[in-house]
Unconditional design. Structure first.
Length: 504
């Protein structure tokens, strides 16, 4: 198995979490042992800081070209002592991606203490050596001589039989969007210019013991403890005016969790939640929300927030209580936005590389929502987790298990069963215009050379790879010479059926 990870470490967003709902288990306690197992497994090849560049072939015979981005580290020599990161003088020029921009990291860095693999990476855009040719302190202090400033990106080809896509998600940001973007920003919330208006993942890092405040709930602007905090749900979600019509599914639960974590650490503090509806569908989920309301005394207000602005060091949150039918104004110290889940920005590009379909938001599309929920229309490519749609951790685990099981079933037989209805090209009439190749959504049309007995090239025609063809018939409708037909639906076969009915 080959595991390709875009970031320097595996773990995804779960590694950023403080605790998980509805049990409030430590996220790292659950995840870190699994990460180490993956790294140490003899049959798993982990390729971190890498991306898929190209995919050729079809089910059972994929050739995947992977770009291994330069870490400027000789991985076979590095012991993970992190001395280079400690000695790096560039400490305040790069924001930590792991801490969601709430702290700084050095130019030579390991994303977080439990990172797997525990190998540092040099950020070349910040590193003094790559900008001016000076410094190289990390190379001086490295006793293993593992620093390699000349290292370049390399390309690796892997032969695989199946592909499981698990690219995850990002959180919607409320900043001003460029012209033509499907998402719209939140000018009414200041387009994110207020330091004390943060999103859910930033609050997770603040609440985490490994976060920038060591687990203390402190405001980013002045490091003071907030006495009054407002959580706003459905920011971006279920709002077509902002570009997103779907529900992000996990926001109600993690907002309840955030409110509980705040009350557990700031006992005298006040927590308010503005919500549209509470959607807590899941085992023990509704009880978890009730616990936040009844035991931790979190105040839930049904209504939307119309505006947030600063006044005398406070964030003035103006909204409406639709149950009481009256406006509400709260002078908050900290505001946490439950922003929508959106696909990774590169998801649509990857979908095109893989030859699989995706929806208007960039989520990967399954074959059938009920009967084949983890399969794509392209044979041998499966889906797992939030790359398909917004999902919580248990659902992602279930979906990943299903995708793995489908892969094992595929590898468990010597012969591949496929749908009998696929396209077929009549080479004698094909003109080689390749309109069919342009419209094929599954990259099933190949170029075939027709030669005589002496090996002389006579012409070039289209050829259908039956392992990729899904029998959609688009090529049949496009072909100007009618040289492509679906097996079982050729003209003579249909005429024979009509004649047979006529004889009856």
């Amino acid at each position: 198995m080959v595991l390709v990870e875009k970031e320097p470490s595996i773990g995804g967003h779960m590694s950023q979490l403080s605790e998980t709902f509805p049990t409030l288990d430590c996220s790292q306690c659950i995840l870190t042992p699994r990460m180490v197992e993956v790294y140490q497994h003899p049959r798993i090849k982990l390729m971190s800081f890498s991306e898929v560049e190209k995919v050729d072939g079809f089910i059972g015979n994929f050739t995947v070209t992977i770009r291994k981005k330069a870490k400027s580290i000789k991985e076979e020599l590095c012991t993970g002592c992190a001395l280079c990161a400690q000695k790096c003088p560039i400490k305040k020029k790069a924001l930590s991606e792991f801490d969601e921009g709430l702290s700084f990291r050095s130019a030579m860095y390991v994303p977080f203490p439990q990172a797997v693999p525990n190998i540092p990476v040099i950020d070349r855009e910040v590193c003094t050596y790559f900008k001016t040719g000076k410094c190289a302190l990390c190379k001086t202090v490295c006793g293993r001589d593992a620093i390699d400033f000349e290292q370049q990106d390399t390309f690796v080809k892997e032969e695989v039989g199946a592909i499981i896509v698990a690219t995850g998600y990002k959180l919607y940001s409320i900043d001003k969007k460029p012209e033509g973007n499907i998402y719209k920003g939140y000018g009414e919330y200041g387009y994110g210019k207020y330091k004390d208006v943060i999103d859910g993942l930033q609050f997770e890092r603040i609440a985490s013991a490994s976060g920038p405040t060591s687990g203390e709930i402190l405001r980013p602007s002045d490091n003071k403890e907030p006495q009054k905090i407002v959580f706003i749900q459905c920011v971006g979600s279920r709002d077509e005016s902002k570009g997103i019509s779907y529900c992000s599914k996990i926001c109600c639960m993690y907002t309840a969790k955030h409110a509980m974590l705040y009350k557990h650490k700031v006992h005298h503090g006040e927590a308010y939640v503005f919500y549209m509806d509470i959607r807590s569908g899941g085992k023990n989920y509704e009880e978890f929300v009730r616990r936040a309301i009844e035991e931790d005394h979190v105040k839930y207000i049904r209504g939307r927030v119309s505006k947030i602005y600063e006044e005398d060091g406070k964030l003035i949150v103006r909204g409406e209580d639709t149950i009481a039918g009256m406006p509400v104004t709260i002078d908050a110290d900290l505001v946490v936005l439950a922003t929508a889940m959106v696909p990774q920005p590169e998801a649509s590009k990857l979908a095109q590389t893989l030859g699989v379909s995706y929806d208007k938001y960039g989520y990967f599309q399954e074959v059938h929502p009920k009967l084949r929920p983890v399969e794509t229309a392209t044979g041998g490519i499966f889906l797992a987790g939030a790359c398909h749609s917004p999902r919580d951790i248990p659902e992602c685990v279930s979906m990943a298990s299903a995708a793995a099981a489908k892969t094992m079933v595929l590898f468990g037989s010597d012969m591949l069963e496929r749908e009998p209805v696929v396209a077929e090209v009549d080479a004698s009439t094909c003109a080689g215009c390749f309109y069919c190749k342009k419209v094929c959504a599954y990259s099933a049309i190949e170029i075939k050379e027709v030669r005589d007995r002496s090996g002389n090239l006579l012409k070039v025609v289209a050829h259908v790879n039956s392992g990729l063809c899904q029998g959609c018939g688009t090529c049949n409708a496009t072909c100007p010479s009618k040289s492509i037909e679906l097996i079982g639906f050729k003209d003579d076969q249909i005429f024979a059926q009509i004649n047979a009915f006529a004889e009856v």
